[in-house]
Write a protein that binds this ligand. Structure first.
Ligand code: ARG
Length: 460
């Protein structure tokens, strides 16, 4: 094996099993771009502080560019003997530019280096999630716009409750995803904090300038405590939490699509591109995309749990346990990124079936609240109006008809306050139209929600 960078005080080599057990380069190679950017900013800072000559800094930065080119050309040989991405890159740099490469690590430890690399990586990925969330919200808003006049049963307890427009239902998801987008923006403030300069844990005697490095790398703040800088992993916990909430929202939508696609509902027809058939039952069209996404939600939540447990018992400051923070994030990132894309594609092509939705609205006494409100508006205490309406529903149900199918005479048996105008009130579309209060399912409210979302998307 190659000589270890930290091998000065060792005489024996690392056991082969230990080398395989402790290496992280097989997964943290994904941080190579951030590692190189961080090192180049660090080298420039060392030159500004007079620790390197300008020429030395340029040779280091050029050498790192050459290393990146090798990596991106697939020519770089990653060695588990060098443990991680940081030492692999530094040792190759030294091969390329000679002993000068050894000056790069001045005033730096892998503890602050890995924190910087991972923060840069997480920040870039959270920004990518935000872009995909915005794209998904746009698809939702477009589909809502097409279905302002489509009614479906709004449910509570998954029981038919009141008619709402499909637009309103879809726009509810927009609000969830918008909050996710904002949650990521908030999280990013705490991710974009510069840890470099903390060194191993106590800071450094070299005259470093973390604010300069922070500004070079687009970080918003500099660590306030060097021990915290190398020990803090809340930024990953928060990121994966935010990802778990995104997945949870997607999973709720998946659950609805799965139910809606069941022929007993028949509210949607699944696009071929996002469903699969059965190898034995020729009639089947299965909502696998949604099932897989619902399943993968558990996986991301599992990563969050794993990370929380990983961190909970760690004494100050850096502990090697923390190397286990990367795979759960990489895995969650892969899942969140792909899921947002799949849902946008699926929703763009999903075929809604308004007739089936309307039939369900008309089957479920979804205008019972309208009758109760009608009676209350005529002076009856609402509790009484509720009771009377319940009796009318029971009567219609026993006859196998809808409320609006009862004659005026039949209705008046329940309350003499009922007049001919009740039929207009029982109309399902009218019930939706009357709810134009801000945030309601009425058409003006829905139009306003779509406009507000589009304005927000324009600036998001
Ligand atoms: N591969 C390590 C990690 O991911 C890098 C930091 C190692 N630092 C150390 N002192 N062993 O956490």
């Amino acid at each position: 094996a190659d000589k270890k960078m930290w091998g000065g005080r060792f005489s024996g080599g690392t056991a082969a099993s230990m080398e395989a057990y402790s290496e992280s380069v097989s997964f943290d190679w994904r941080l190579y771009a951030e590692d190189i950017l961080g090192s180049q900013a660090h080298a420039r800072m060392l030159a500004r502080q007079g620790f390197l000559t300008d020429d030395e800094a340029v040779r280091i930065c050029d050498g790192l560019d050459a290393v990146r080119a090798e990596i991106e050309a697939g020519e770089f040989v990653w060695k588990t003997g060098h443990e991680d991405v940081h030492m692999n890159i530094e040792s190759r740099l030294t091969e390329l530019i000679g002993p000068l490469g050894g000056k790069l690590h001045t005033a730096r430890s892998r503890n602050d280096q890995v924190a910087l690399d991972f923060r840069l990586h997480v920040a870039a990925r959270l920004a990518a999630w935000q872009e995909r969330l915005a794209a998904l919200i746009k698809v939702y808003a477009d589909r809502a716009d097409e279905h302002r006049d489509t009614l479906l049963p709004g449910c509570t307890h998954f029981q038919p409750a009141q008619p709402v427009s499909l637009a309103h239902h879809l726009l509810a998801y927009c609000q969830m995803f918008r909050r996710d987008h904002e949650r990521l923006a908030d999280c990013l403030k705490r991710v974009r904090v510069m840890p470099l300069g903390a060194a191993a844990l106590a800071g450094t005697t070299h005259p470093v300038d973390p604010a300069f490095v922070a500004q070079q790398l687009g970080m918003e703040a500099v660590f306030a405590n060097s021990m915290d800088a190398v020990a803090d992993r809340d930024f990953v916990l928060e990121a994966v939490f935010a990802g778990s909430v995104v997945m949870t929202h997607l999973s709720r939508m998946c659950e609805e699509i799965i139910i809606w696609a069941n022929p007993n509902f028949g509210y949607v027809r699944l696009p071929d591109g996002y469903s699969t058939g059965s190898s034995i039952m020729p009639q089947k069209k299965n909502p696998d995309s949604c099932e897989i996404m619902r399943g993968k939600t558990g996986r991301v939540v599992g990563s969050l749990m794993g990370l929380l447990v990983l961190v909970k018992g760690l004494p100050m400051t850096y502990n090697r346990d923390m190397q286990e923070d990367k795979e759960p994030f990489f895995d969650a990132d892969r899942t969140v990124t792909a899921s947002l894309e799949i849902m946008a594609g699926l929703l763009r092509e999903l075929e809604f079936v308004p007739e089936r939705m309307l039939a369900a609205v008309e089957r479920g006494f979804l205008n019972a609240t309208e009758l109760a409100d009608y009676l209350a508006a005529r002076g009856l205490p609402f509790r009484e109006a509720h009771h009377i309406t319940g009796a009318a529903v029971g009567y219609a149900e026993s006859k196998g008809v809808r409320l609006e199918d009862l004659s005026l005479d039949e209705m008046r048996r329940f309350s003499a306050l009922i007049d001919e105008d009740v039929y207009g009130v029982l109309d399902y579309r009218a019930a939706v139209r009357r709810r134009n209060m801000p945030g309601g399912t009425g058409p003006q409210s829905v139009a306003g929600q779509i406009t507000a979302l589009r304005t927000w998307l324009g600036s998001a």
